[in-house]
Design a protein around this ligand. Sequence first.
Ligand code: B12
Length: 210
Amino acid sequence: MPILEEIQAAIENGRPKDAERLISRAVEEGIRPSVILEEAMITAMRNAGEYYRNNDGDIPRILAAARSMRKGLNILEPYLEKDKVCFLGTVLLGTIEGDLHDVGKNLVAMMFRSAGFHVIDLGVDVSEKQFLKAVQDNPQVQIVCISSLLTTSMPEMRRVVKSLRESGPPNLKIMVGGGSVTQEFADEIGADAYTETAVDAAEVAKKFTN
Ligand code: B12
């Protein structure tokens, strides 16, 4: 089986050790890190998500896939970072309060880092207060990114955007994303940008800072 398919299978089937080993081997074989990420790893998480949806939420299996993805990202990240050209700015990132999903957020962090941004990752279940405090404590932050996968967390996202507008610096850019967010919702709550993928998110952020 070609190595990218092996990586995809290792993540989809929740085999973190195999994922780590195969990703290292693929890098050694000269496959571009961004190709490994997009063609094998993101595809694996998409398939795992489909499986979860069609099988009434097989939680142990999806958790094993998410863990393998995280282990794999740790291996790949230094190689992706090597490609970065220059320092572009500082981004603050977190998953909204009430929401513990972090696979997409971690991918966003990684794409930003490999594009040349410094990322302050606040983790998951981040409250309005925590976002505001982090912006105040880190005046160099130019962009705040908020991730949400749950429709139940969307009112909280709206609140955070509102208070960042009221109390944050006037030129702060706010980006939103994650499975529950749409362009329409992003416009409605006054975010500066929404993108469907982590790759596009980093591209849009580059335009904001240049
Ligand atoms: C994995 C998973 C879990 C894992 C999470 C593990 C982890 N460490 O993250 C576990 C099992 C813990 C879990 C729990 C729950 N989950 Co869940 N989960 C998923 C699943 C299958 C995949 C999510 C994922 O990782 N996708 C892969 C990543 C790469 O995609 P992504 O996050 O969307 O990110 C991409 C983009 O959106 C974008 N992006 C992400 N963030 C941002 C931010 C910015 C600023 C930008 C610009 C872009 C961006 O970039 C990423 C890459 O391109 C989804 C189904 C699905 N297909 O999405 C359900 C799903 C999100 N879960 C769901 C639910 C309901 C739950 C639970 C409530 C289940 C329960 N009854 O307990 C709990 C909630 C726990 C909580 N409080 O958060 C629902 C949400 C429904 C809804 N609309 O609200 C979904 C959609 C499943 C479903 N169809 O019912 N879940």
